[in-house]
Design a protein. Sequence first.
Length: 155
Amino acid sequence: MEPILLYKLDIWSQYPHVENEKVIQARNNMKDMTDEEGMLYIFENNWEQFARIQLSWVRSGQPVFRYEDLFLSEGRMLEEILDSINFDVPKKPLRAAIEAQAFEAKFKRKPNEVDIYSHGRTGLPGDWKNHLTDDLGAFIEKQLAPVIQETGYEL
């Protein structure tokens, strides 16, 4: 079985994404919005796509691995995943590749040091909860609570 890596919903796209036509249009639409208005805009316009993608992974019957678990394992989980699918990779080069892609190596800062212009932002799984407002929480509860629960997350 091919494993699936379950990524958290990416809720704030104003700054860190590579520009393409869709990103440029979204940024243009959000340019005069507050952070909360921008997050609501992203959710209101993309929640069905977010839900469809997330549910396709967990309903596929394939093993699903959560980004948060992979991040917190500092690469050990990736080694276990590769071993579980009998993907024979020499451990020393694999460990070197994992270390080269670790947050501090890639973003040149420690997790929890904020850079809103970086796709790595704080680098911490679950940081989105620090940006959850009453209105955004109500929207998520109304539209996404069943999806969040089915994918093994909590509100």
